[in-house]
Design a protein around this ligand. Structure first.
Ligand SMILES: Cc1ncc(COP(=O)(O)O)c(C=O)c1O
Length: 391
């Protein structure tokens, strides 16, 4: 009998609901599918595209690096890592911090939580309602979503508190202060629906962490890298965190992530590590991103275009609770407009994100042009008018 006939081909493990679109080309804030259809991208593939798709400087930097060397492990000196640390210190304003490089947001948070625990010798972590910190181990445990938590991820070490509730935080520290290793918080919750941490809440975290010797971890995986208009959205509170985790926008689509830790953390060999983290290609991509953020003043652009979008969205009567900072914007839509995100995609050819069908998220490139923002507003208005006419 001939082997192979009638055999099944390997399938993908089906973990995501997907849009039936195959993207084959991208440039700036636009992508094209295999049928030549053009889409405006206000989602950036889960907030990843920071400087714009296939930015020529980013492409050149990666191509040039590829011709030299793509990878060697951390057993040798990689001067590009030191170059990246220097540039990151300058652009973020955290020049006295220390950089550790890894590959994804979850891994960055795992390392942040681990470093905090090494430092304090404690086990308990405070996390908040609607948080999202990743899909692995402790990052999954600190995420407020049961679908993401397998029995092996369960731990008694995470204490969940209501987001932005200063009294609950204070009470928790009073009760468990000596056991708390760290507090982990997104400056603006992304997956949870674009919820901004109040400045006074972040200040309170800083004060209580100082008082009880705990570590303040700023999860900046989604809200960082200039998206809010400041390099880290936590910076709006005017206090520094002890550790910042980063990923998404850091490589503009090239997988690279990291944490920066304040000078109070002392590194020891083998406490943290990674095979791929900080490889030559990843550093080249991350450097290109920072160079463009600086050169093209993308944080200023995020403030300007973000303000335009928020103001215009607030003027559309059907939309409620427009929120966010810079180019990290969310708004609620009423039940009758719950297909808005789908309609924007299929009728208007615009990618946006959602937390649930009635919460839309905008996470475009920080280089989004005002005229593209105008096109989006006109499209939302058209969809709202259409819905009104149909009802
Ligand atoms: C705030 C936040 N932290 C961590 C993560 C996990 O990042 P990754 O998917 O790169 O592991 C995400 C991903 O959406 C995120 O939004």
């Amino acid at each position: 009998m001939r082997r192979g006939l009638g055999r099944l081909l390997m399938k993908l493990f089906d973990v995501y609901p997907v849009n039936e679109i195959t993207i084959v080309k991208a440039k700036g804030s636009y992508v094209w599918d295999d049928k030549g259809e053009q889409y405006l991208d206000l989602y950036g593939g889960h907030a990843v595209i920071s400087i714009g798709h296939t930015h020529p400087h980013w492409v050149k930097r990666i191509e040039e690096q590829l011709e030299k060397i793509a990878f060697y492990s951390n057993s040798v000196r990689i001067p590009l890592q030191a170059e990246l640390a220097k540039k990151l210190g300058k652009v973020s304003g955290k020049e006295d911090y220390q950089l550790f490089l890894c590959n994804s947001g979850a891994e960055a948070n795992e390392n942040a939580l681990k470093l905090a625990s090494f430092h304090t010798g404690r086990k308990k972590v405070i996390a908040f309602s609607k948080s999202f910190h990743g899909r692995t181990s402790l990052a999954a445990a600190a995420t407020d979503n049961k679908n993401n938590l397998s029995p092996v991820n369960e731990t008694g070490n995470i204490i969940f508190l209501p987001f932005n509730d200063e009294q609950a935080l204070e009470d928790c520290f009073k009760e468990n202060g000596k056991e708390i290793s760290s507090v982990i918080i997104e400056g603006i919750q992304g997956v949870g629906g674009i919820n901004v941490a109040t400045e006074s809440f972040l200040k309170k975290i800083r004060t209580l962490c100082d008082e009880y010797g705990a570590v303040y971890i700023a999860d900046s995986v989604q809200c960082g890298y200039g998206r809010s208009g400041k390099f880290f959205s936590h910076d709006f509170a005017g206090v520094s965190a002890d550790i910042y985790s980063m990923a998404k926008g850091m490589g503009n689509g090239f997988p690279v992530a990291g944490i920066i830790a304040s000078p109070k953390f002392k590194a020891k060999h083998f406490m943290l590590g990674s095979t791929f983290g900080g490889n030559h290609l990843a550093c080249a991509a991350a450097l290109a991103v920072l160079e463009i953020i600086e050169e093209e003043k993308l944080m200023g652009n995020a403030v300007m275009v973000g303000k335009y979008l928020k103001d215009e969205l607030e003027n559309i009567p059907q939309l409620k609770n427009v929120r966010g900072r810079g180019l990290m914007i969310g708004f609620d839509v009423p039940e009758e407009l719950k297909d808005l995100r789908k309609n924007l995609l299929w009728n208007q050819k615009i990618f946006t994100g959602e937390s649930k069908p009635t919460v839309i998220r905008l996470l475009p490139s920080l280089a989004l042009k005002k005229r593209d923002a105008e096109q989006f507003i006109e499209s939302v208005q058209a969809e709202c008018e259409m819905q009104k006419a149909e009802s």
